[in-house]
Design a protein around this ligand. Structure first.
Ligand code: TYM
Length: 286
């Protein structure tokens, strides 16, 4: 039977948060036992924005340690630093010459971070071609990521299909595997924004090394709304829905059923903190 290859990556651009864990790392830990899995710390992606070279080196090592603590086992999967394999940069160039300016211009992450800013680095624009190279180089079929990477995966597929058509069958065409719950955890203080490593508000972000006290404090201050009922409705009630989603991504319960269990935000928040503390305790101890 053919072995299915998995590849995913993460930027060493700050502390790992609960969104990274529930959206991606949790799936990595699972997939390593089922598939031939490769996980990369993408330092070349992290230099597409302003950074300190010293901090980047430290963050790369720290992230490697955190991934091991989170349960990645180098006996069963391959963990590596992107810049240590020069073929990533080499293939990236070929894919930059396959992707179009229009495609790269439409990437929402690029638009959010720097469109119309003359001083942004050219690498931020071509970033998705490097990400496609990361994946296609390993003939990966499954790419476990959070929701924010879906568009990059669609581009990777388009580029692979186009390359194969022009130069001959070369690459497997991969697909994103996105978890049904926890794929887009929102900022606790600003629930219309995604929780992010680079967010200025640490009060809105649960880092996976946060102490139990910090978790309780952040969850209890999470923005909800003034409604009197607990309801799962991500579009209209993003704050409370984000809390329900956090809880269900850990327990695998159904969000609507969980919403029906609570009448007060305080009780829901207590359950969310308890679930997160129990989830993170083994990782923090190792
Ligand atoms: P990065 O470093 O921003 O995030 C790493 C992973 O965490 C997921 N994630 C989230 N999931 C749920 N809720 C959130 N708030 C949240 N924030 C982040 C991301 O979806 C991602 O899966 N471009 C990628 C790194 C990359 C890559 C690759 C991924 C480079 N090459 C090849 C897969 C395959 C990125 O910046 O992820």
């Amino acid at each position: 039977m053919a072995v299915i290859r998995v590849l995913s990556g993460i930027q060493p651009s700050g502390e790992l948060h609960i969104g990274n864990y529930l959206g991606a790392i949790q799936s990595w830990v699972h997939d390593q036992h089922e598939f031939d899995s490769f996980f990369t710390i993408v330092d070349l992606h992290a230099i597409t924005v302003e950074h300190s070279p010293v901090e980047l080196r430290e963050n790369t090592l720290r992230l490697a340690m955190t991934l091991l603590a989170a349960g990645l086992d180098p006996q069963v999967c391959t963990i590596f630093v992107q810049s240590h394999v020069s073929a990533h940069a080499e293939l990236s160039w070929l894919l930059e010459c396959t992707a179009t300016y229009g495609e790269l211009s439409r990437m929402t992450q690029f638009k959010d971070k720097g469109k119309n800013d003359e001083s942004i680095r050219a690498g931020l624009f071509t970033y998705p071609a490097l990400m496609a190279a990361d994946i296609l180089l390993y003939q990966a079929e499954r790419v476990p990521v959070g929701e924010d990477q879906r568009q990059h995966l669609e581009l990777t597929r388009d580029v692979a299909i186009r390359f194969n058509a022009k130069y001959g069958e070369t690459f497997k065409v991969p697909r994103a595997t996105i978890p049904p719950l926890g794929a887009r955890i929102m900022d606790l203080a600003r629930p219309f924004n995604k929780m992010s490593k680079s967010s200025n508000s640490s009060s809105g972000t649960v880092f996976i090394l946060d102490s139990a006290d910090e978790i309780v404090k952040k969850i209890s201050r999470a923005v909800t709304d003034t409604e009197s009922t607990v309801k799962y409705d991500p579009e209209n009630r993003p704050g409370v829905s984000n809390l329900i989603e956090l809880y269900c991504a850990v327990t695998r319960d159904d969000p609507n059923e969980v919403a029906s269990r609570y009448t007060m935000y305080g009780q829901l928040k207590k359950s969310v903190s308890d679930a997160l503390i129990a989830l993170l305790a083994p990782l923090q101890q190792s």
